[in-house]
Write a protein that binds this ligand. Structure first.
Ligand code: PEP
Ligand code: MN
Length: 339
């Protein structure tokens, strides 16, 4: 059960409500976010919701039987819109295009990507400064120095920054320089990290775990939400299956399923999803048709020279073409009567 408390709840009434809910055999967790205050009741016994719903101090009450609750559409039907400021948003009914290199490499590289983005009217840039790499000998990112440099250049250009945070201690350092914290696929179930991101007043993009189910992704999002942060974006980036012909298996089934189960925006990452440069555009466009609210893909001036993930990175000509095609397919999708 989710109970949203009224902003002007009389003093002492919250405690009374908790007692009542406990009395039903339910345990209660209090959640306070940037947007509201909630009581989450966990239990199994049937009860008459009107008995609780009629009590003072309650804005809204719902029974949500899913493991995830606050991110569920059963709780909030209206889609959540993630506002990044300056008229830039990630939201249902819109198509966010997020692009940039796998890794931030140098000032020159950042400048070139920004130029490319400006030419194509793109305003959200991805890139890693802390890189999770399978090999400890691979390039692991420029760290805070790279982020500060990138932030200066991006801010001048009016471009928002999407970048991965790998551990709790980085959140505070990165905070002033980031617009969207990305939780990588290897960290989707790093519950300490998720808890801490719940305390932050900044958007969080959560990638699906490498072997994670759709439900586990939603539960990870629930961690951040119940920690206090409602500004969440879900990302399908492919899962590990027995298939070896592609880097991962981009599970586009997840897109309409996530959209039907949750009010949060969903973006698709075809670059990590298939891992093969020449097939990234097809999968990006398929993601648009599947109902994504955004596409996040890797681009670089010279992908063959990229420090990481060059094999799945588009060059600028390919990226310009794809951005244009994404917009066209999205315009077409809107004319279809799909869910
Ligand atoms: C990335 O976005 O470059 C990345 C490392 O993604 P993922 O966590 O999905 O592997
Ligand atoms: Mn990458």
């Amino acid at each position: 059960m989710i109970i949203q408390l009224k902003q002007d709840i009389p003093s002492g009434q919250k405690e009374t409500l908790i007692e009542k809910v406990n009395g039903l055999g339910y345990t209660v967790t209090e959640v306070k976010t940037q947007v509201g205050a909630y009581l989450i009741g966990i239990g199994k016994k049937a009860f008459d919701i009107r008995k609780i719903g009629a009590l003072d101090g309650i804005q809204d009450i719902h029974i949500v039987s899913d493991e995830y609750k606050l991110v569920s559409k059963k709780w909030k039907v209206k889609p959540t819109s993630i506002d990044l400021g300056d008229g830039i948003a990630i939201k249902d009914g819109d198509m966010a295009i997020i692009t940039g290199p796998c890794s931030i490499e140098s000032e020159e590289q950042i400048v070139k990507v920004i130029e490319h983005m400006k030419e194509n009217n793109l305003s959200m840039m991805r890139g890693g400064v802390f890189k999770p790499r399978s090999s400890p000998y691979a390039f692991r990112g420029l760290g805070m120095e790279g982020l500060k440099l990138w932030h200066r250049l991006a801010k001048e250009a009016g471009i928002k920054i999407v970048t991965e945070v790998m551990q709790v201690s980085q959140i505070e350092q990165m905070y002033d320089y980031v617009d969207v914290f990305q939780v990588g696929a290897r960290n989707t179930q790093n519950f300490n990290l998720l808890d801490e991101l719940g305390k932050v007043d900044k958007a969080v993009l959560i990638k699906r775990g490498i072997s994670g189910t759709i439900e586990e992704l939603l539960q990870s999002a629930e961690y951040v939400f119940s920690g206090g942060n409602e500004k969440l974006i879900l990302c399908e980036r492919g899962i590990r299956t027995y298939e070896k012909a592609s880097r991962n298996t981009l599970d586009l089934n997840a897109v309409p399923i996530l959209k039907s189960k949750s009010h949060l925006p969903v973006v698709v990452d075809p670059s990590h999803g298939i891992g093969i440069r020449e097939f990234v555009p097809q999968m990006a466009l398929a993601g648009v048709m599947a109902g994504a609210d955004g596409i996040i893909y890797e681009s670089h001036e010279n992908p063959d020279k990229a420090y990481s993930d060059g094999q799945q990175t588009l060059n600028f000509a390919q990226s310009s073409l794809l951005a244009d095609q994404i917009r066209k397919i999205f315009a077409m999708r809107k004319t279809f009567d799909l869910l």
